[in-house]
Write a protein that binds this ligand. Sequence first.
Ligand code: GLY
Ligand code: MN
Ligand code: MN
Length: 461
Amino acid sequence: MQKASTREKGGRHLISKNKRFSDINSANNEKYKKRRITLKKNLQQITVGKPFTAILYSGDESKRNGDVSYPFRCDSNFYYLTGFCEPNAWMIIFSDGKRINEDIILSRKKDKTKELWDGIIIGQRKAKTDYLFDKAYSTEAIDRVVASKLEDSQYVFFPIAERSFSQRITRWLSLLKGKKRMGIDNPGHLGDLSRVIENQRVIKDTYELKVMKKAARISAAAHREAMRISRPGLKELDVETALLQVFRNNEAYEVAYPSIVASGANACILHHRASSRILQKNELILIDAGCEFNGYASDITRTFPVSGKFTKAQKLIYEIVLLAQRDAIQKIKLGEKYNAPHEAAVRSITQNLISAGLLKSRSVDEAVEKQEYKKFYMHKTGHWLGLDVHDVGSYNTAFKKNMVLTVEPGVYIRPSKDIPREFWNIGIRIEDDVIVKEKGCELISREVPVELDEVEQLSSL
Ligand code: GLY
Ligand code: MN
Ligand code: MN
């Protein structure tokens, strides 16, 4: 077993095994405090000055087998509001509707033996001071602390769609029932905390944009490396290894999602994972891979020829997808509806597949209406991006400044009697990450090229 060598400020030798994001314990936890204050204000608007309690949980460690756990990934809402990444931690925001407003953290107690195996546990003293909470308790006190807050609340907010959470809340509320004759009423109003936080998270702040740009830059470098090394004879897994190496060399310890490295016909399997398949001459490789950096996702797809030269049929489809992406990007601007880029991509792909003779319809309107494109383009053109790769946020909305999304049209052609053979098994997707700006948008993942000749050049042997 290897000894942890990183020294923390103050001369500590041990680091927490959950210290996977590089800004943890950096003195800059003000941003999380500010987010909690904003959340409190948003909740106060909903409760119009009535007392409330809001509760979040960081998550359990989940067992892989025996005494081995999966790497812990903190609940994104919890991380967004605390910057605190330990399992079994609770955050409570309480307001009595008047003078008393407090944020509370409950986390694991210091434990010298556990720390010897797993690295430091932050403990209550540091949780309070470094993470800027008003109060800190050990996790064991959760029932007592929640009960005392619920007694004084008319509203309780929690993630209502999470079954284990709902069960806990029901238990806490049923405990309160027993105090009814002592004049203590149940809060009476239950609210979805996830919904309130998601409205906050969908607009990124300056810090988040900076981190997301960095994540996109690292992923773009990984894609460039993949283009550079891919050649006939390598396995999909070798290409995945090259991607991961670039991520980790840049302190992006985790992937934002399992990397898709799909060569040849595998490109038509939308979520194909890297396998031991050997890359062949004259085929394409589709790579959909992005790192997570400081908790934030990037999500990039590029498709390129294994031996550096597109065939005529591949080139035709590549250009159709690239044009669709261009048309979609034009629609990413303030006030435009979220679905406008998808509608533009669908129209563009339909039009060009008709021109290429791959869709038989004569009218674009009719083909769109009948969703004929779905035979070749069966997914949406993007999603919100943030702490989660498919980030939170309503899709019934118009674009606002500093929203971040992906734009990812694709065309996938399965073997079929009515399709000329040279198109069989071509699967192409191009995906970039985009920030909505005051004017138009900014593509943050273009340090890996998309133009056909540049892609050929970078992937040539
Ligand atoms: N990589 C997942 C997605 O593109 O949505
Ligand atoms: Mn995506
Ligand atoms: Mn993707």
